[in-house]
Design a protein around this ligand. Structure first.
Ligand code: MOS
Length: 750
């Protein structure tokens, strides 16, 4: 049924674009209601200890202050930690705001001031005085390293490292060519354009409408119902637009709890928005130290891979991500030993951030492969081709599809790799050293059970709905394309409603699975709608489609027509009329969560080859990434325009990871010191030059019914490694800790 596609596969602009650029799109902190109260959080100024006293006298005396909540006067709700858990959270005891006098991290919300305006709440919050009993804390991963760690409690959906294969240590010792080094990646904080916020509308009678910044409205709904003992019928969560999530909205964040708590207690609508600085008080990408050793024979064929990662987590949860498994997946070797451990620090719990784990482990692996290529005197692409994995050796399974070879060749061709002089420092222009580097990228291709509804009205217009979010990825647009093609309509004849907990069930939007999952659900709903329409159309007296089955007809131009005789056709409106005025179908697609845990016959991943050019001022060490080519294999590309945007976004973040992003903590205080855009750097327009995206041909019929593998995360994986490899090529200096700042370039200068 995908043969006559007109919208799918074509570069379409975002259907939500006009609403966004004209300001009509409403975000969580923008929903207005009369009599709205505003809340502001006071955070702990110590990293560990107990609150011994909170003086709210001055704050409470400010005109306009309505109520000040602390652990001492908070309303009674469900305080068992398990009730705060959600399916995507790690094992442990989730942070519960205002739970007790215990301080678990600096910045932890400990007081909530509610006032008639945001400014009054913020001013009053500044007058709250808190006394603490301080306990010793540890926030420094380097200092927290030890010889033994408790194994992490298994996190649902996160594969632990595979069992060791062969004897990697022995094979390393005997290898003809060896490299071994430590690679680290700094802590990064999520900074989507839209900070976290929740507006709770008190509807009366205990009913709430919650506008939450979230990647999963139904997850937020279930959380609120569970924690506050409400019926889910009384809680509707709406989030039609999300200004970027990147993982920060996968779990309910503390502003949701606090806003709902205040609204229920005051029986009033409440808004709580975090400031940019407060965005540094919850999830983050954990600092990770990788020790990677590769052994190979004279021809560069890998004989031993050892990858040991140590990642930071909080003291109260075992946040886990897949960091080391990629090293056993990308390249085959007979001897493989992968280990992943956690060190507990007195910080907020880390969380998923775009391709959680992958760009960290792959930075280490792909830097080490570059070092091995140099040690063996082999071109970096040639080395990867000599070690190309035809199967997933971690899981001993074939791949659903893997067009990584085409990524290497098409990316190299576009980049001009054959013109590269491999000698470091050999390419220059005036005072600028030029470096060319490359790396592989890999990420999961998953599908999750999702439902969608399709309703065709008497006017022949199609309404699609699904609870999934569109966190900015283009979900509205691709679902419109899929539905329009399925019914033979123009995109303007299709509306898509998302981000409302009352719509058909969807998992959180994450893991790059939404296009495959919601897309397949919409396709299934439309297919069911088509069958109903044809059934009714065939029954109309004297119908041109009499006797036709679903396989005999095509949907095009707002009509249903016989495939073999287009003169026999009926308008969709006519078919709908025959069906009684409107036709509706709701369908699901994809395995249930249980299904995901069952053994699968194939492994499914997206792949990329990233090529980077850097130019470095030889005297000043100023580094610019002047060119990136990212060649991506991700199955069927529904919309080359929004798909390209996803990869560009990932590449930009990869540049940020390589050069800019770094959360800096004063470990004496256990406190983050650069919690603003003045000091926490993300790439600005001036940092971004030429980014070219190539989608290589890849046919995949196993990952999802619509051939889609997902694109939201692959763009970041490998980008930092390609840049670090380019820096080495330009200068001869190998920088193994991200971000690569000027001081590191100058400190290592030849
Ligand atoms: Mo993503 S880190 O699963 O939003």
């Amino acid at each position: 049924m995908l043969k006559n596609d007109t919208h799918i596969g074509s570069p379409r602009s975002r259907v939500d674009g006009p609403a966004k650029v004209t300001g009509k799109a409403t975000y969580a902190a923008e929903f207005a209601t009369p009599d709205l109260a505003h809340a502001y959080i006071v955070g702990s100024s110590v990293a560990r200890g107990k609150i011994t006293g909170i003086d709210v006298a001055a704050a409470g005396a400010v005109p306009g202050v309505i109520k000040i909540f602390t652990h001492e006067n908070r309303p009674r709700t469900a305080w068992f930690s398990f009730r705060h858990k959600t399916i995507v959270g790690p094992p442990g005891r989730p942070f519960r705001p205002l739970y007790s006098d215990e301080i678990q991290y600096s910045g932890q919300p400990i007081v909530l001031v509610v006032a008639e305006s945001f400014d009054v709440a913020r001013h009053a919050a500044s007058l709250v005085k808190v006394a603490y009993e301080q306990h010793p804390h540890e926030t420094d991963l380097g200092r927290a390293r030890s010889d033994s760690y408790e194994p992490p409690r298994r996190r649902l959906g996160i594969a632990p490292p595979p069992k060791p294969r062969g004897d990697a240590a022995k094979a390393y010792d005997e290898a003809a060519v060896r490299v071994s080094a430590e690679y680290t990646i700094a802590t990064e904080h999520h900074n989507p354009m839209e900070p976290h916020a929740t507006t709770v509308i008190w509807e009366g009678g205990g009913k709430l409408t919650v506008h939450d910044k979230t990647q999963g409205v139904q997850s937020s709904q279930a959380y609120v119902a569970r924690v506050f003992g409400l019926s889910s019928d009384d809680v509707r969560v709406i989030s039609p637009y999300v200004g970027g999530g990147f993982g920060s909205g996968l779990r309910p964040q503390h502003q949701l709890f606090l806003a709902v708590m205040a609204s229920l207690a005051l029986e009033r609508s409440v808004r709580l928005e975090l400031t940019r600085q407060q965005m540094f008080t919850h999830v983050h990408r954990p600092e990770t130290i990788n020790v990677l050793s590769l052994g190979a024979d004279q021809d560069g064929k890998l004989t031993s891979i050892q990858h040991h990662a140590l990642a930071a987590t909080s003291r109260f949860e075992d946040h886990q991500e897949v960091v080391v498994n990629w090293s056993g997946l990308l390249y085959p070797a007979e001897n493989v030993d992968l280990r992943y451990e956690l060190a507990k620090l007195d910080t907020a719990s880390p969380g998923d951030m775009r391709a959680p784990g992958a760009p960290l482990g792959v930075f280490a692996l792909e830097s080490a492969m570059d070092e091995l290529a140099i040690a063996a005197g082999i071109d970096p692409i040639e080395l990867r081709l000599r070690n190309y994995a035809e199967r997933d050796e971690n899981d001993d399974k074939p791949f659903t599809s893997k067009a990584l070879r085409a990524c290497y060749s098409e990316g190299a061709e576009r980049f001009g790799w054959s013109r590269r002089d491999p000698k470091p420092g050999s390419m220059r222009e005036g005072r600028e050293l030029i470096g060319w580097g490359m790396a592989s990228g890999v990420w999961d291709a998953n599908m999750m059970k999702t439902s969608a509804r399709a309703v065709l009205g008497a006017d022949g217009k199609l309404a699609i709905s699904c609870a999934t979010s569109d966190i900015g990825t283009g979900t509205y647009t691709i679902l419109t394309q899929i539905a329009a093609d399925a019914l033979g309509l123009a995109m303007d004849d299709v509306t898509v409603a998302l981000g409302d907990s009352s719509l058909p069930t969807s998992p959180v939007q994450g893991g790059s699975w939404t296009a495959a999952s919601a897309g397949s659900a919409v396709m299934a709903a439309c297919q069911s709608l088509r069958e109903t329409l044809v059934k009714h159309a065939g029954k109309i007296d004297g119908s041109p489609l009499v006797g036709a089955g679903i396989d005999d007809v095509a949907f095009a131009g707002g009509r249903i027509m016989m495939r073999l005789d287009a003169s026999r056709s009926l308008s969709l409106a006519g078919a709908v009329a025959a069906a009684g005025g409107s036709v509706e179908a709701e369908e699901s697609a994809g395995p249930s969560l249980l299904g995901l845990m069952l053994p699968k016959s194939h492994s499914s991943y997206t792949h990329a080859a990233v090529f980077a050019e850097v130019r470095i001022d030889q005297d000043l060490g100023v580094l610019r990434v002047t060119r990136i080519v990212s060649a991506v294999a991700a199955g069927r590309i529904l919309n080359p325009k929004t798909a390209r945007s996803q990869i560009i976004g990932g590449v930009v973040w990869g540049i940020g990871m390589a050069l800019h992003e770094e959360t800096l903590t004063d470990h004496r205080l256990g406190r983050i010191m650069n919690h603003s855009f003045a000091e926490y750097h993300v790439p600005a327009n001036a940092d971004i030059d030429d980014i070219e995206v190539i989608f290589v041909e890849e046919h995949d019929d196993k990952t999802s019914p619509i051939g889609v593998k997902g694109l939201g995360e692959i763009g970041i994986v490998g980008t930092a490694a390609a840049i670090a490899n380019a820096v080495h090529h330009a200068t001869g200096n190998r920088i193994r800790s991200l971000p690569i700042t000027i001081d590191k370039i100058l400190a290592d200068a030849v």
